[in-house]
Design a protein around this ligand. Structure first.
Ligand code: LLP
Length: 425
């Protein structure tokens, strides 16, 4: 679900025409819809309200500070994985007490900064890290709260690069070793071990993996409690899917129904770390067709965005729906799917100008006929798009525009050539 809609043959973001944004800010450009961010945040907040869950938006999906501020004002806390993300949250006015800090490789500097900022809790990923955080906290005269990230060994049925809760991934502590971990590390002088954390993967579009993982976690909590450990918090992590094609991801109540029932009456405070569910459908990448070329049997639509702007197709074989901003009459799509049932579609690869064959935004894609100069919208570019962008091939990172109703605001300018060399003293 999103607020990008066609009206009279023009694609709009809320009340603003995308061709108008291209005219004022050029292309490529990321365009975000405030209402879509808030819609998804509120859907989750409502669905998990019976648990009074602390919703920590996962900053890595889209970390522009204006987006963080929008969500902070709606009540969100934040899931961070670096000192840079903490810096952004603080700049956006986020409440450090509502921040959870995960990640297997936190540096001493990042840990100290987070302790000094007074974050809510650390997510422990290893025994050595627990000892290190405790040592650093003690040195600063503090005792900090932490949850233990447990790897429940569940297959979330998603791409292998974004599967995290299966045995033998680098994340957390094996569920078989969690009790021993508590026995050894629950009395560290600088740490207050307040609960457990799980994050089984990303773009998970079935509920079962959560139910299976949660059953295992609740069993573990029972064991730990029976041995006298106080388990106050359970952080469910993130992973809820976005709609890369119409209506393919469950809705917030679909995830919540099963989980809320299992968690009611467990005497646990619940945190969660959704990212893509909130931000994914809230953005498009706006790009212009530079050239159309036929090479033997293959047709290429060459656009001014590339894998440096959106690496997901190259990295995960991800599908992003692409449609013209001003499709010819008869081509207004009702459903965003890989096989729109329409006459007159052409098949093409949509590619960027980077010198790699892996630089594509779509392969063998059915599109209405497009010509040089046409504007295209690459959908579901609100998550892991700008935040994974690079300057590869010395390309300038594209601007970000945030729409709210009939207003648009440039929330990050396009980079300039001097940005490319600014740090090279
Ligand atoms: N919590 C933790 C500890 C995480 O590692 C992640 C994502 C999240 C929460 C948020 O997950 P989400 O709700 O957005 O699925 N770049 C990949 C996705 C990487 C996910 C990394 N961790 C992609 O573009 O598909």
């Amino acid at each position: 679900m999103d607020y990008f809609n066609y009206q009279s043959g023009q694609l709009y973001c809320e009340g603003v025409r995308l061709d108008a944004i291209a005219a004022s800010h050029g292309t490529p450009a990321y365009v975000y819809s405030s209402a879509t961010f808030l819609h998804h945040y509120q859907q989750l907040a409502r669905a998990f309200a019976p648990l009074e869950a602390l919703i920590c938006y996962s900053v890595k999906t889209n970390s522009n500070k204006h987006i963080l501020r929008l969500l902070e004002q709606a009540g969100a806390g934040f899931d961070i994985v670096s000192g840079g993300e903490l810096f952004r949250v603080l700049q956006a006015g986020g409440d450090p007490a509502k921040v959870a800090f995960a990640g297997v490789g936190k540096t001493d500097q990042e840990i100290s900064e987070a302790i000094e900022a007074g974050i809510g809790f650390f997510t422990l990923e290893s025994a050595e890290e627990a000892e290190n955080i405790s040592r650093l906290a003690e040195g600063l005269g503090r005792k900090v709260a932490a949850t233990l990230r447990v790897n429940p060994d569940v297959d979330p049925k998603t791409h292998k690069y974004i599967t995290t809760g299966k045995k033998l991934t680098k994340f957390g502590v094996d569920i078989e070793e969690a009790v021993a971990f508590f026995e050894k590390y629950s009395d560290l002088p600088g740490l207050n071990l307040v609960g457990l954390h799980m994050h089984i993967g990303s773009q998970i579009t079935t509920i079962n993996p959560y139910v299976t993982a949660l059953k295992k976690m609740l069993g573990l909590i029972q064991t730990l409690r029976s041995r006298g450990y106080k388990i106050e918090w359970l952080d469910l992590g993130g992973g809820f899917g976005a709609d890369y094609q119409s209506d393919t991801a469950p809705l917030a109540p679909d995830y919540a129904t099963a989980l809320v029932e299992m968690l009611a009456g467990q005497d646990l405070r619940i945190a969660m770390e959704p990212g893509r569910f909130i931000s994914g459908n809230a953005g498009v990448l706006l790009t212009r067709v530079l050239y159309v070329k036929q090479s033997g049997p293959r047709r290429f639509v060459i656009v001014d965005a590339a894998m440096n702007d959106l690496i997901r197709p190259a990295l995960y074989d991800a599908f992003h729906f692409i449609w013209p901003v001003q499709p010819a009459e008869g081509f207004v799509p009702t459903e965003r799917t890989s096989e729109p049932a329409m006459d007159g579609l052409i098949k093409a690869d949509v590619v960027g100008g980077i010198c790699e064959s892996g630089d594509f935004l779509a392969k063998d894609r059915l599109l209405p006929p497009v010509r040089r100069g046409d504007l295209l919208a690459v959908f579901t570019a609100g998550a892991y798009s700008f935040s994974m962008a690079s300057q590869y091939n010395s390309r300038l990172r594209a601007p970000e525009v945030l729409v709210n109703g009939s207003e648009q605001k440039l929330i990050r300018r396009r980079e300039t050539y001097s940005d490319l060399t600014a740090g090279e003293q």
